[in-house]
Design a protein around this ligand. Structure first.
Ligand code: SAM
Length: 289
């Protein structure tokens, strides 16, 4: 059995198939086996697990996942990689490769079709051009997901774990922390990939929470409020919410709600913790009745 995760093997496979990596699909293939093992250990994959991999590339991570998991479904957008994957993963019978865009894929349906609607673990070296939309999509409550272990740009990993006031804190931090318990597993230098990206990367493990850490009577509305607050993060929270095209509150109504929550009326969204947004969101919903 050939281990795909090394520079020589990766180059040989690319050459054999006349495949040139494409920037537009964020194709940076992992060539460092110890980082791969650290990531798969963090994902805690065993023979009981069904894994969804996003973007298998030439199958480097898929190979390890097939060896550890009960079943792997991998979704790859680039149709030119499909015959290549058929060859590199030919010996594994516990996998299926779907040629599709993950942002147009129904994840619940994957679990319904291949895993009796049971929970799945997501593992991926994510294409960096769509990291945030993919994470936001995965976090949707209807998805039967147990955990998400992903390689992302280091800067995005820092945004996921950020707390109030810093420039990294924003809607992604709040969504990740509301639905999951995030941990940074390791950071990765550009040389761990072919071709090397321009930035450092990191592995992040997100364990889905069974209960959110704060009570909000309408999480969807709370996240609309969070989106408005950070869409104009240099403005006061009152102005950012009142100016939002998606929300319909007058500035007076917003100021009254901010006051009733006990916050400074000139506060900016970046100062509010998750529980503060939950409080304000419930207060504003009351005002709108
Ligand atoms: N898993 C491989 C590895 O670690 O070497 C490849 C990772 S590479 C960073 C990202 C992979 O995602 C590429 O194979 C790329 O073609 C694929 N990809 C990009 N956009 C995608 C999308 N919207 N849906 C599914 N796969 C996508």
């Amino acid at each position: 059995m050939i281990d795909l995760c090394n520079p020589r093997q990766t180059r040989e496979i690319l050459k054999k198939h006349g495949f040139s990596t494409r920037k537009k699909y964020g194709q940076n293939f992992l060539i460092n086996p110890s980082i791969l093992d650290e990531m798969i250990d963090a994902a805690d994959i065993s023979k009981d697990d069904f894994v969804l991999e996003i973007g298998p590339g030439i199958g480097t991570m898929t190979q390890r996942l097939c060896q550890r998991a009960s079943h792997v479904t991998a979704v790859e957008i680039d149709k030119e990689l499909i015959p290549l994957l058929d060859e590199t993963l030919s010996e594994y019978t516990n996998k299926n490769i779907i040629n599709a865009d993950i942002l147009k894929t129904d994840i619940k349906q994957i679990s319904d079709t291949y895993n009796n609607s049971n929970k799945i673990k997501v593992v991926a070296n994510l294409p960096y051009y769509i990291t945030t939309p993919v994470i936001m999509e995965l976090l949707k409550a209807e998805n039967p997901i147990e955990s998400i272990t992903v390689m992302v740009q280091k800067e995005v990993a820092m945004r996921m774990i950020a707390g109030p006031t810093g420039k990294e804190y924003g809607a992604l931090s709040l969504a990740v922390q509301y639905y999951t318990e995030p941990t940074i597993i390791c950071t990765i230098p550009p040389q761990a990939y072919i071709p090397p990206p321009k930035v450092d990367s990191a592995v992040v493990h997100l364990r889905m929470r069974s209960e959110p850490p704060v009570k909000s009577s309408d999480p969807k509305f709370m996240f609309a409020l969070i989106k408005a607050a950070f869409a104009q993060r240099r403005k006061t929270l009152a102005n950012a919410i009142a100016n939002s095209a998606e929300l319909t509150f007058s500035k007076d109504t917003v100021i009254e709600a901010i006051n009733k929550c006990g916050f400074d009326i000139n506060i900016r969204g970046e100062k509010l913790k998750l529980e503060d947004f939950a409080l304000l969101s419930d207060r504003l919903r009351g005002e709108s009745k």
